[in-house]
Design a binder for this molecule. Structure first.
Ligand code: C2E
Ligand code: MG
Ligand code: MG
Ligand code: MG
Length: 290
């Protein structure tokens, strides 16, 4: 808002003002109220199989329909939620919402679709996280294989024994684990050495330069080779062009996600799109049909 903008400008010259501004930002980010008032939304971005372009699942991406600020992207609030501890409640909300959606798809004959949810390190390492997931299996009666838990490598910077136990517990219940933004964190190889991970997601940083930069292409090829030897599934993120798509398909990436196929969309849009496709359950490229 205008008001905040002015304060921020002044705060640059006065550390005390900055602290005050920061405090106000925290209280303006009223996560508790946001949860109570049902202001959070999950948007869904399709993931398609290479070559066939069949939709296999979606990634759930959170947004906050804020009464004053409008639709907030996760970049505007996830870090603050993580610092203030609200990330646990937000994450539980997102997982529950995803479970409801899986159940509803199952009833509509779309039981093979998966949903990937992003879980922050703090939430993933929380002692209650495995028990929470277990309660979701019971409450929503979902097949855990359809709910993919996305974590980043940065989880492993924490106490590795705790990480190992959490990963084991989550996998023993049947939830696949996917490493998001693979290769951009601190500990990609250690991760793969210590744990059996089901999937890696190749970061957009590498994908976006795959056509123009030899190094990026070499890195993507290396990740795909490594994943294949370790029997891991692979998803490329941030695929925006047909050129990028073709390269990834040549290199044998399993799945593709990105604006080329679809932006993250509200559930109503996704569902009507899925069900309206004449080649159901195949997706038309929105670029071609638009
Ligand atoms: P992420 O999990 O790596 O998600 C991919 C991000 O890239 C999303 O941004 C998505 O909208 C965007 N994206 C997808 N395809 C393309 C493309 O072709 N081009 C470009 N330029 N961007 C693309 P978004 O939705 O803003 O989310 C940002 C990050 O916020 C996510 O990165 C994830 O780390 C975090 N996040 C999102 N939802 C949640 C959530 O429910 N819980 C937690 N803890 N974190 C979340
Ligand atoms: Mg998948
Ligand atoms: Mg993700
Ligand atoms: Mg990512």
């Amino acid at each position: 808002s205008q008001k905040l903008g002015n304060r921020k400008t002044r705060a640059i010259y006065d550390p005390h003002m900055y602290e005050q501004w920061e405090e106000e930002m925290h209280s303006e980010m009223n996560f508790g109220k946001g949860l109570d008032m049902n202001e959070f939304r999950l948007f869904y971005q399709p993931q398609v199989e290479s070559l066939t372009h069949k939709v296999t699942g979606v990634e759930a991406l959170i947004r906050w329909q804020h009464p004053e600020k409008g639709l907030l992207m996760p970049g505007a609030f996830i870090d603050i939620a993580e610092t203030t501890g609200f990330i646990t409640q937000i994450g539980e909300w997102a997982v529950s919402q995803a479970c409801r959606q899986l159940k509803s798809w199952e009833q509509q004959g779309l039981g093979s679709l998966t949903i990937s949810v992003n879980i922050s390190p703090r939430h993933f390492l929380h002692y209650y996280f495995p028990a929470f997931l277990n309660s979701c299996i019971e409450e929503y009666n979902i097949n855990p294989a359809n709910l993919i838990i996305e974590i980043t490598e940065n989880v492993a910077i924490e106490d590795s024994k705790v990480v190992e136990l959490q990963i084991q517990k989550v996998q023993e219940m049947g939830f696949p684990i996917s490493i998001d933004d693979f290769g951009t964190g601190y500990s990609a190889f250690i991760y793969l050495q210590r744990f059996s991970i089901q999937e890696v997601k190749i970061d957009r940083q590498f994908v976006s330069k795959i056509e123009t930069d030899v190094k990026s292409r070499a890195i993507v090829r290396a990740i795909l080779t490594l994943a294949k030897s370790l029997h891991m599934h692979t998803v490329a993120e941030g695929v925006e062009t047909i050129g990028q798509l073709k390269r990834l398909e040549e290199l044998g990436c399993f799945e593709i996600q990105g604006y080329y196929f679809s932006k993250p969309v509200p559930i109503e849009e996704l569902n009507s799109w899925l069900l309206a496709s004449p080649r159901f359950p195949f997706l038309y490229l929105p670029i071609e049909t638009a």
